[in-house]
Design a protein around this ligand. Structure first.
Ligand code: SDX
Length: 425
């Protein structure tokens, strides 16, 4: 039972309304406003800036301090000491796996990486020029045609099987989106390879050559997936939760998350950052774009900068910036002009009052595209990479919500349209 109370007095309502206040294990307290509808009032919070839509044990963000914890472990430590599949296990199960659990989980994922051969035909229907996110959205939603009829979402084992399937198949489908666009044969996953190594093999391997993936690039890819794995109640995760609250199947939920992630204000920002860096083109034009970003009459924003929660450095951006240098050095392109522009842009922005005053720092998307481009991944595939990394987070939140009692999400509104009027005549 909550000890702390909030007291709300509203003009026109005689008595003071007492609302319970709950504390989490850390972070801001929450005021339980559920009883307000009985008083004939709603809360109003477009964009959910001040709204906790659920409780969760999975990820905690302290935006002021630039802290990101997955089940309590700081993202910097996971990036240094863990790997993507171990982090998937952690997000899903709440604890790091033992050696046996890790091996069993890796095998489980390994043996779910293939997709039904019929899915190859789906891609044949897309134009070569289709955006990879359009294809990914379509084929992931279609996975429910293959699996959902024997899925009982109230059965935790069924939910975990669905989670394993979707985590395992995303890299295979992601690579197929790329291969379709370049007109090359789809590559089958190799059970002898690690998760990220397999993904790069399916992306860049061909039936004409022996599999060959750089361990440095595989490690960088694995860390990028890990850094994107989860991020609390962001727009796409909230979309997955809302879809899941209707009882629909997990593949439809993940497809809804992919659709939400695509937007340039969210996961589409990594693609938009590269487009922006290409548009800037030269360090001499940086100031022009900084001025445009500050101009209220210009819709241009500095892509990869700013965050709803972080009012400090996004800790993921810091890790990715470090990997940037390693990968570009490995590839002998440490003098990459885009990296030079990005670093100069970051420096100038962080010294500019407009960005300082609004606490606008580089976010996860600012540097990730530079690494992906260096690895040879086309810009149009960047958000597909983000979606592949974010899948464990989406499905862990779906699984967590269905593990507890939940209600269908159904927000209300402040109605400002016509009041009742009669049809003329
Ligand atoms: C992701 O939520 C998550 O956790 C998301 C994510 C995840 O892992 O899931 O972290 C991934 O989506 C990262 C964000 C990627 N998006 C971008 O990089 C796009 C550029 N950034 C912005 O569009 C913006 O910063 C948002 C969308 C990220 C945040 O928007 P908010 O919280 O609604 O902030 P806002 O739009 O109200 O901006 C506050 C002020 C405004 O100025 P004023 O009206 O106060 O004068 O800051 C300005 C904005 O104009 N501003 C920017 C800016 N971002 C905010 N001005 C210039 N360039 C920018 N990038």
């Amino acid at each position: 039972m909550s000890e702390k109370k909030a007291r709300l007095s509203i003009d026109g309502i005689e008595e003071t309304i007492e609302l319970p206040v709950y504390a989490g294990s850390t972070g801001p307290d929450v005021v339980d406003v559920r009883s307000l509808v009985g008083q004939g009032v709603f809360t109003y919070d477009p964009g959910f800036v001040s709204t906790a839509a659920c409780d969760s044990d999975i990820t905690y963000i302290d935006g002021g301090a630039g802290v990101l914890l997955h089940r309590g472990y700081p993202i910097e430590q996971l990036a240094e000491k863990s790997n993507f599949l171990e982090t998937c296990y952690l997000l899903l199960n709440g604890e790091l796996p033992t050696a046996n659990e890790r091996e069993a989980f890796e095998n489980t994922i390994r043996y779910h990486t293939m997709v039904d051969e019929a899915i190859h035909q789906f891609f044949r229907g897309f134009p070569r020029t289709a955006h990879p996110m359009a294809m990914l959205c379509g084929v992931v939603g279609a996975l429910s045609a293959f699996y959902h009829d024997n899925l009982d979402i109230d059965n935790p084992e069924h939910r975990l099987l669905a989670a394993h399937r979707v985590i395992a198949k995303m890299p295979t489908l992601a690579a197929m989106c790329y291969k379709h666009g370049v007109g090359q044969p789809f590559m089958y996953p190799q059970n002898s390879m690690g998760f990220a190594e397999n993904f790069l093999h399916m992306m860049f391997g061909t039936p004409c050559e022996e599999p060959r993936v750089s361990p440095v690039l595989a490690k960088a890819m694995d860390t990028l997936f890990l850094l994107h794995a989860d991020h609390e109640q962001n727009a796409s995760t909230s979309t997955v939760r809302l879809a899941g609250s209707t009882g629909t199947n997990p593949y439809a939920c993940i497809a809804s998350g992919i659709a939400a992630l695509w937007g340039p204000a969210h996961g589409g920002a990594n693609e938009a950052v590269l487009d922006m860096l290409y548009e800037i083109g030269d360090e001499s034009r940086i100031e022009e774009f900084i001025q445009r970003a500050k101009d209220k009459d210009d819709p241009f924003r500095l892509m990869g900068f700013g965050h709803r929660v972080y009012k400090n450095y996004d800790p993921r951006a810091t890790v990715i910036r470090g990997i940037c240098d390693e990968v570009l050095e490995e590839l002998g392109s440490e003098n990459d002009p885009l990296l030079r522009i990005a670093k100069k842009l970051e420096k100038i922005a962080l010294e500019d009052e407009y960005f300082i005053e609004r606490k606008l720092f580089p976010n996860v998307d600012f540097y990730s595209g530079i690494i992906l481009k260096a690895i040879g991944i086309p810009t149009s595939m960047f958000t597909v990479i983000f979606a592949t990394g974010r899948t464990p987070g989406w499905i862990a939140h779906w699984h967590e919500m269905l593990s507890e009692s939940y209600r269908i999400g159904r927000p209300r509104q402040l109605y400002k349209g016509y009041t009742k009027r009669d049809y003329p005549g």
